[in-house]
Structure formats: structure tokens, C-alpha cells
Design a protein around this ligand. Structure first.
Ligand SMILES: [Zn+2]
Length: 245
């Protein structure tokens, strides 16, 4: 029975029996794991306030062969996004980020760029970035890191580079097409202004990028990207942002 250690983001928890919790974590070294936190539902649990969504913690755990669940032994809080999460909008945002990581990351596969993306997004969240903009940034990068978002430079059907001012189409699998080749079935249109903003995401940090779109553009991008995520996941998302900006 080996003891392992890693930094981790808490994604979600579920009650287990009378006093325990199952914790879904995205760890830096081992990817997504499910752990049992014994006694975590008791008022004076040793896990304290560590198990809130998107808290970054240092964990140690036992791994047993033939068991899908590991046993959480100890955790130490590095950074809690709680201050800003005290609002309903902030809380909804953190649950949304956690849901996307859980939905798009397979179990037990470390993914350092995803870990860094969550950390940078959490930092921008704490620095007061606009939430629809930050959500759109996170969604595009999760799609891209999952291999579901192609560069929006040339039409996949005719191969021609997109003219800078033309709207384009993006198919349900993320492949782009020009207006002449026509909209793919169930595809989504992207205006030139939004395409420029998407391209800017590739070169900027979340906090820098979040100040670029207007509130309306941020919401349009967030809506477009959640539709693409729904297509990829083939289901509705459970979490929704409040978009009263
Ligand atoms: Zn074309």
C-alpha cells in the first residue's frame, strides 16, 4: 500500500455513508482521481475547509490495487478561491470550471497544461476578471487541449484562408468552413470580431484576455463555446453561469 502525494484541485464532493465524502480531484501528478475522505462530514474533520470546489490543496493518499477509490489521508490548503466565491455568480463559475474538468479529463491521466490552465483561471478569478469572459477563455482552452478545437485560419473544405472580415462556420466537431462552402449541418456561425477574440486567446493569459471583449461579446463567445462543449459531450451541462452583467 503506497502513499502518494500531489497538488490537486478539488472538483466536487458527494456524501458517503454517515460521516464520509467521496472527493473528485484533479491532481497535478496523477490526473483525475476519486478519493474517500473518512469523517469529512463531521464538524471537526481533519479535512476542514479543504474540500470546497476549486480549492488547491496538497494531498496524500493510499492507493490500493483493484480499487477505483483511493483513501485520502491528509490535505493542506494552498489556495481557496472562497473570497470571491461567496457570491452566487462566483460559486456558479467555480462549479462550471469543475464540471468541465471532470467531464473532459479521463481518470488517472495527468495533464500538466490543464493543471496550469485551472491555476491561471483561478488566479484571474481572484483578481476580479469578468466571469463570462473568463468562462469563455477556460472553455476554449479546455476544448483546444482536448483536441476539439481546430485553428480558425482556413476552410477545411476548400483549403482557402479566411478573409479577415468574413464570418465563418464551425462544424459540431470544431472544424471550420468558409461561407462559400456553406454551413455544416448543426454548425455555428462565428462573426469576424469573435474570431479575432478567439485568436487572441491563444497568445494571452486569462487575466489579460478577459479585459478585451465587451460584455456582449463575452456572453456570445461563452454561449458559442458551451454549445460546442454540449456537442462534444453529447449532453447538456449541469452548471450554468448567471449572465446578468
Ligand atoms: Zn471553403
Amino acid at each position: 500500500m503506497a502513499i502518494k502525494e500531489s497538488e490537486a484541485f478539488v472538483l466536487m464532493t458527494y456524501p458517503l455513508a454517515e460521516a464520509d465524502k467521496i472527493v473528485v480531484l484533479f491532481t497535478r501528478l496523477y490526473g483525475k482521481i476519486r478519493a474517500v475522505a473518512r469523517g469529512a462530514r463531521r464538524p471537526k474533520s481533519r479535512f476542514g475547509a479543504c474540500l470546497e470546489p476549486l480549492s488547491e490543496i496538497l494531498i496524500s493518499f493510499y492507493e490500493r490495487e483493484s480499487r477505483e477509490l483511493v483513501a485520502l489521508r491528509r490535505c493542506e490548503l494552498f489556495c481557496s478561491p472562497f473570497e470571491r466565491a461567496a457570491t452566487p455568480e462566483g460559486e456558479a463559475f467555480l462549479h462550471h470550471v469543475a464540471e468541465l474538468v471532470d467531464a473532459l479529463q479521463p481518470p488517472a491521466e495527468p495533464h500538466p497544461p490543464v493543471y496550469r490552465l485551472i491555476r491561471a483561471t483561478r488566479d484571474a478569478f481572484l483578481q476580479g476578471a469578468s466571469l463570462p469572459a473568463l468562462a469563455a477563455y477556460f472553455e476554449m482552452w479546455m476544448l483546444k487541449l482536448g483536441g476539439f478545437f481546430s485553428p480558425l485560419e482556413a476552410c477545411a473544405a476548400c483549403g482557402k484562408a479566411f478573409p479577415p472580415e468574413a464570418p465563418i462556420w464551425i462544424a459540431r466537431d470544431g472544424v471550420p468552413r468558409c461561407a462559400r462552402c456553406g454551413p455544416p449541418a448543426g454548425g455555428h456561425m462565428i462573426l469576424a470580431s469573435l474570431r479575432r477574440l478567439l485568436a487572441e486567446m491563444l497568445t494571452r493569459s486569462p487575466i489579460e484576455w478577459s479585459s478585451l471583449p465587451t460584455p456582449k461579446e463575452a456572453i456570445q463567445l461563452h454561449r458559442l463555446l458551451t454549445r460546442l462543449l454540449r456537442d462534444v459531450l453529447e449532453r447538456e451541462l449541469k452548471t450554468e453561469l448567471s449572465l446578468n452583467v
